[in-house]
Design a binder for this molecule. Structure first.
Ligand SMILES: Nc1ncnc2c1ncn2[C@@H]1O[C@H](COP(=O)(O)OP(=O)(O)O)[C@@H](O)[C@H]1O
Ligand SMILES: [Mg+2]
Length: 244
């Protein structure tokens, strides 16, 4: 089982859109895939039309009242399962804090270690005890970055935090919502590419990606020959090569 978290300290950078598309491509490639929607906003669950069976599933899971297998659901796609966000996911930080451990999430996943090839976490933004649990459980922390000057600062903050936790080697980044007509975007990209933490392929700013909310589906499912799907496929290929 290889665990990848789509994480950024910032919101609105393309974590969820990317997580939903990567999970689809992983399943399509034949990997047994689980997407865990850890963001209480539940956007990834929305894209996959997944509704939790109970509003307190996450709370019960963290309080050891139910097993992780009990809250895994099927999606419309072969090889792809999901743990949808429920309202109790909002309290995940408090529930994890109670145990004051960064190991709890990883421990929960041990029960399904042989059931999945890939687990993808769609993460909420911010540094928190949940984020530390995510970093500890993940094999790779995959960070989408919009190439603006403010993002450089965020990128440095995340790097510093992961270095403190001993998890810096897990960090892998890619650019999203890129507009090459903007010189700031290409300047920032040239600067950050030097850091060797970034994949070469990037995701441009494309309206087909915004349409995921209209189709309630991943881009490669509803527009397989679109430029957006081509970009996501190329990046996913590079990520797989970087991982294996
Ligand atoms: N490459 C892209 N091009 C255009 N719009 C995008 C792209 N990636 C994401 N979006 C849109 O930007 C918004 C924020 O993306 P989202 O994936 O939800 O970010 P996050 O999960 O980091 O908060 C959404 O409305 C989404 O449709
Ligand atoms: Mg999101």
């Amino acid at each position: 089982m290889f665990i990848v978290s789509l994480y950024n300290l910032k919101g609105g950078v393309g974590k969820t859109a990317s997580c939903v598309n990567f999970a689809y491509m992983s399943a399509r490639d034949g990997y047994r895939t689980l997407l865990w929607d850890l963001d209480p906003q539940g956007a990834a669950s929305f894209y996959y039309k997944a509704h939790p069976s109970h509003k307190n599933n996450v709370k019960k899971l963290l309080e050891n009242e139910i097993e992780i297998q009990d809250i895994i659901m099927e999606t419309d796609y072969e090889n792809l399962h999901i743990i949808p966000a429920d309202t109790s996911a909002r309290k995940m930080d408090i529930l994890l804090d109670h145990h004051a451990s960064k190991k709890q999430l990883k421990t929960l996943l041990k029960k399904i270690a042989y059931d999945y090839d890939f687990v993808l976490f769609d993460c909420p933004p911010g540094f928190s005890i949940l984020a530390d649990n995510i970093f500890h459980a993940s094999n790779a922390v995959l960070m989408p970055v919009i190439p603006t000057t403010l993002s450089i600062r965020t990128y440095e903050q995340v790097k510093e935090h992961l270095a403190e936790k001993g998890d810096i080697d897990k960090l892998m980044c890619f650019f999203t919502m890129v507009d090459m007509r903007k010189s700031m975007h290409s300047d920032v990209m040239q600067q950050l590419y030097k850091d060797k933490k970034f994949f070469e392929h990037y995701i441009p700013n494309l309206s087909d990606i915004e349409k995921m909310g209209i189709y309630n589906a991943p881009v490669p499912a509803f527009a397989p020959s679109s430029y957006a799907a081509i970009c996501y496929n190329a990046l996913w290929q590079e990520i797989k090569e970087g991982i294996f």
